[in-house]
Design a protein around this ligand. Structure first.
Ligand code: C6P
Length: 405
């Protein structure tokens, strides 16, 4: 059992008041708050070892490099990657997907080839693939979403052809909360001889992720959604692909030898880390992953299931409220519509009550449109949320209805 009061005391921003009311933060899908251990680690980094990594022989640079490479080890252990050289630091999930789409695309995708994504992807896992398909003359094929917000697995199996080069799907839908069966999705791709990228931006903070167990070829996430800093993220990739893929960006640290005529590249993972990386962000993110581990990922999962069940029951009881996304396996995200109130009106009135929810397409426009609407209201919870906050949301929605209907 988690001690939620004690946990909440570790997140200073949760004490904030908004318009004089206690903050009810239900926008954790967009970004999570940071515990003191992360904030303290960032302070320690800037005040005691700030110096560029891999570049100096002096003490501070050495300490910063050790901390940075230690953060890479922490990520490797957290996702159970086989090799530390398979962990690449990026600026976030979006950058990780763009890296793969560009670099894998350069090496492996040609005119007439096919890429499979799903209808439930965040824009970050749609647009980079559209760009590479356009550049290469390749074709994007789409796994449809069923009415309950799960993937149409039958259709998925039928999408493969001898021209399929890669599958890119999300582990968890940011808009519906659906947890996809990524092991099965991966096995089907591999049965067809095709590698797979999994977008873990909404998954890694809610349950154990073991990339060897999933057997995916690429996995990625952002630091700011796992209670770490912004501007840092991770790309895990199997060396058999990363070694073959060309660099994405050129610059310092990603090189082996440079002449004015020609350059040879550094080994993994540095080949994909051009320029000064966000080494302090990496160290802060590692502190966040350690915090999650010591809090207990399993306990977090159980707590979040309780929150989801309670919130679902509460919201289902409100007349005229329709939940979009009713998959049997979900993280604590509830997207909904109110029959007679526009989502933006609802979001703005809830805000005045101190309740933060997200309104709109959730950066997943094709998915939202597939449910016959151009936006939803999304309450995304995490383990530090309370049942009282869910009560406040439900009461807030009832008030919105009273005011607007
Ligand atoms: N989703 C949300 O409110 P970045 O912006 O690079 O950290 O993450 C992009 C991204 C990629 N995949 C998924 C599944 C995501 O949910 C996100 C970010 C936020 O749902 C902000 S749009």
């Amino acid at each position: 059992m988690l001690n939620i009061e004690e946990i909440r005391s570790q997140f200073p921003i949760l004490q904030t008041r908004v318009y004089g009311r206690p903050l009810v933060y239900l926008d954790n899908g967009a970004t999570t708050h940071k515990p003191l251990v992360v904030l303290n680690k960032l302070q320690e980094a800037y005040t005691s070892f700030n110096s560029n990594v891999h570049r100096g022989v002096h003490a501070l640079s050495d300490k910063a490099s050790v901390e940075y490479e230690g953060a890479r080890e922490t990520v490797k252990r957290f996702i159970n990657a086989p090799l530390v050289s398979e962990i690449i630091f990026t600026s976030g999930a979006t950058a990780s997907i763009n890296l793969v789409a560009f670099s894998f695309g350069e090496r492996y995708i040609s005119a007439g080839d096919e890429v499979i994504i799903s209808e439930m992807e965040h824009h970050a896992n749609i647009v980079p693939w559209q760009m590479v398909c356009k550049r290469k003359g390749a074709v994007l094929k789409i796994i449809p979403v069923l009415d309950d917000g799960t993937l149409d697995m039958e259709r998925y199996r039928e999408l493969f052809s001898s021209r399929t080069r890669i599958v890119a799907v999300t582990h968890v839908s940011n808009a519906l909360g659906t947890i996809n069966p990524v092991r099965e999705i991966t096995r089907i791709a591999h049965d067809n001889g095709v590698p797979i990228l999994i977008d873990g931006a909404q998954a890694i903070q809610h349950g154990n992720v073991d990339v060897q167990d999933i057997d995916c070829d690429f996995y990625l996430f952002s630091g700011h959604k796992v209670y770490g800093p912004t501007g840092i993220g991770v790309l895990y990739g199997k060396s058999e692909y990363l070694n073959e893929m060309p660099p994405w960006q050129g610059g310092g640290d990603m090189v082996d030898r440079v002449t004015l005529e020609e350059t040879t590249f550094n080994e993994l993972p540095f080949k994909f880390e051009a320029g000064t990386t966000n080494f302090i962000g990496a160290v802060g993110m590692a502190a966040a992953l350690d915090y999650l581990k010591s809090t207990g990922i399993e306990e977090i999962g159980l707590r979040e299931k309780e929150l989801l069940d309670y919130a679902t029951r509460k919201l289902e009881g409100i007349e005229g409220l329709r939940i979009i996304g009713t998959a049997p396996e979900k993280i604590p995200i509830i997207s909904f519509l109110l029959e007679k109130v526009h989502m933006y009106d609802a979001g703005m009135i809830l805000d005045k009550m101190g309740i933060a929810v997200r309104t709109g397409t959730q950066c997943a426009q094709p998915l939202i449109n597939r449910f016959g609407t151009d936006g939803v209201i999304r309450a995304s919870m995490t383990f530090y949320n309370t049942m009282e906050e869910i009560d406040a949301l439900a009461a807030g929605i009832v008030k919105v209805k009273e005011m607007m209907e």
